[in-house]
Design a protein around this ligand. Structure first.
Ligand code: FDA
Length: 300
């Protein structure tokens, strides 16, 4: 990232919201069920499956978690009617994990019951280190009831990840492996770019050897190359993996992998709470300064 790009990243909170919205629109499938389902349909037509996320961050009150559950139930009902090739992804803190784990588990149960009824896969996203243990416990609870209908995420930057993988249940496990997006201290996380890559490939190999289904969630060409080599070396069948990418990121690379015959799933976030998610994505865009400058120049 250039000095100018880094400067824009640090001053992002000062950038007017409409400019952020303009630059970030590629990362978000609009604010409504209509815009989200249209995006999913287009991706399905291109040969990619999807996972859809109702945007929202950690909630502070139970009523906000109830509202999030309601939004997810409406989403599931819409997906049932439209027969799209998509699962759903959900953030446990959006369902109350930070308030009360039992309350969050009950909310997850409500969603899972509806998802399972219509054969829709549900994944618990992984958030910062304060949510890791609770998320794993809720995953174990759901996995006991719903088996392979539910999945979890592990982050390659976490020092604990190899151990967490070793403790996974033996059957019907579905893991998304990503680098990790939150800013964590050195005590719990690998901090060097190369260390995270090394841990990613070590975790991926361990998951494959344990027979786990893996969603290989990265846009890092080095890791994609390493994953393809590992799939080849271990003879991993297509039923045991898929690549996963975020909407609007590295679309050329995504299409190349699909054309090569690899299963692909795109993470499709939508909803009124697009701002915090968009800021996270913009911070990861190595060409952010150019995008922000263009949006400024074409405003109005
Ligand atoms: P890296 O950030 O090094 O990016 C590699 C290359 O991809 C960059 O050099 C650039 O070319 C391109 N790129 C990446 N981001 C870009 C952007 N925003 N705009 C333009 N180009 C970009 N994290 C988490 O903590 N919990 C979770 O549950 C999830 N879930 C999740 C699902 C899916 C499907 C994906 C792909 C990712 C996540 N993540 C996540 C986010 C993940 O942890 C990580 O922050 C991002 O994927 C970026 O890391 P990469 O592996 O892509 O590498």
């Amino acid at each position: 990232m250039s000095v100018f790009d880094r400067l824009i990243v640090t001053t992002l909170p000062l950038v007017p919201k409409f400019i952020v919205g303009k630059v970030a629109s590629r990362y978000v499938a609009g604010e409504t069920l209509d815009t989200a389902t249209a995006a999913i349909r287009a991706l399905n037509a291109e040969g990619s499956s999807c996972t859809v996320d109702v945007l929202g961050e950690e909630i502070a009150e139970r009523t906000a978690a109830d509202a999030a559950v309601q939004q997810y139930l409406e989403l599931l009902e819409r997906l049932r009617r439209e027969q799209l090739d998509t699962g759903v992804s959900v953030k446990p803190t959006q369902l109350g994990l930070g308030l009360d784990e039992d309350f969050c588990r009950e909310n997850c149960d409500r969603l899972m019951e509806k998802a399972a009824e219509q054969g829709c896969f549900l994944r618990l996203d992984m958030e910062d280190r304060h949510a890791t243990d609770g998320t794993i416990r809720i995953y174990q609870h759901l996995h006991e009831r719903y088996g392979s209908g539910v999945g979890i995420v592990f982050q390659a930057y976490m020092r604990r990840t190899l151990q967490d993988i070793a403790e996974l249940p033996k059957e019907g496990v579905n893991v998304r492996l990503c680098k990790g997006i939150y800013i964590e201290p050195r005590e719990v996380a690998w901090k060097l770019y190369e260390s995270v890559r090394a841990n990613y490939l070590a975790a991926l190999e361990k998951l494959f050897r344990q027979g786990v289904f893996v969603g290989i969630a990265t846009h890092d060409e080095y890791l994609l190359c390493g994953a393809v080599a590992l799939i080849d070396r271990l003879g991993v069948p297509k039923e045991q993996y898929e690549f996963q990418m975020l909407l609007g990121v590295e679309e050329t690379l995504r299409r190349i992998l699909v054309a090569e015959g690899h299963p692909m799933r795109v993470y499709v976030p939508f909803g009124a709470d697009w701002y915090a998610y968009s800021i996270r994505r913009l911070r990861e865009n190595p060409k952010i300064a150019g995008h922000v400058a263009r949006a400024f120049l074409s405003r109005g």
